[in-house]
Design a protein around this ligand. Structure first.
Ligand code: DC
Length: 227
């Protein structure tokens, strides 16, 4: 049986995470949150005081990336993420860990070390893969490729609401600055830069709500999966 793959790429705050989870539930497919892998690796390297020694201790960092001890456990309210058996679900969503992730994501050898782990998520009946390079690099043969984007301002607003909902105290100006800096780094890096695949369906969600985006996505995906 072929495993159907739906990729959803785009910048942070475009609504990718929420939509990817809804799409996976709708088609009863598995879900890969590839950003969480980069966040977990960033956190792990930070905990081991290696984040500032990525170039001098690269071999050690690659070993850690390859052997990351992580688990994703579905719960009634979402997914618990464990690193070395510790529940880090909330920690990995902080802006700071986002910065660690962006840093490790710019190192080609560390990206390569995470490839096999991402491919392992592709299991029957299908997978929704959420990230930056799902269509361009990890799953280039995906049946449906979506690139979800939105203006930096609308993404910053959404992120503030999301973080406030988690009980975190944040300022919009800080979030906007973080988003712009991270976009720049993600788009300008030489390896797997953030960009749509040539055959991707591009959706700008700046002026759309989740249900509207969901509708556009499922219409496109249904067409693609029927081919
Ligand atoms: O989607 P996110 O905010 O959880 O991603 C965190 C960081 O990881 C972000 O700076 C980009 C990077 N990332 C990546 O380079 N490739 C992916 N497939 C997913 C995330």
């Amino acid at each position: 049986m072929t495993v159907q793959i739906i990729t959803i790429d785009g910048p942070s705050g475009s609504g990718k995470g929420t939509l990817a989870a809804k799409i996976a539930a709708h088609y009863q497919f598995h879900l890969l949150d590839s950003g969480a892998l980069y966040r977990l690796l960033g956190l792990s390297l930070q905990q081991k005081s290696l984040l500032d020694a990525l170039d001098t201790k690269l071999e050690e960092c690659i070993q850690i990336a390859t052997n990351l001890d992580i688990q994703f456990i579905s719960t009634d309210t979402g997914v618990d993420v464990l690193l070395d058996s510790q529940n880090v679900s909330k920690t990995i969503r902080t802006e700071q860990v986002g910065e660690y992730a962006s840093k490790v994501a710019a190192i080609p050898e560390l990206r390569t070390a995470l490839v096999a782990r991402q491919h392992a998520f592709a299991q029957a009946p299908g997978l929704v893969a959420d990230g930056r390079d799902m269509a361009t690099s990890i799953f280039p043969n995906a049946q449906a490729k979506i690139y979800l984007t939105a203006s930096a301002e609308s993404r910053a607003n959404r992120r503030v609401k999301q973080l406030q909902g988690m009980g975190l105290d944040v300022k919009i100006s800080d979030i906007l600055a973080n988003i712009e800096a991270r976009d720049k780094r993600d788009m300008e890096r030489t390896v797997a830069p953030l960009k749509p695949a040539p055959d991707a369906y591009i959706i700008d969600s700046s002026k759309l709500n989740i249900d509207e985006v969901f509708q556009l996505m499922t219409t496109y995906i249904d067409q693609q999966l029927a081919k």
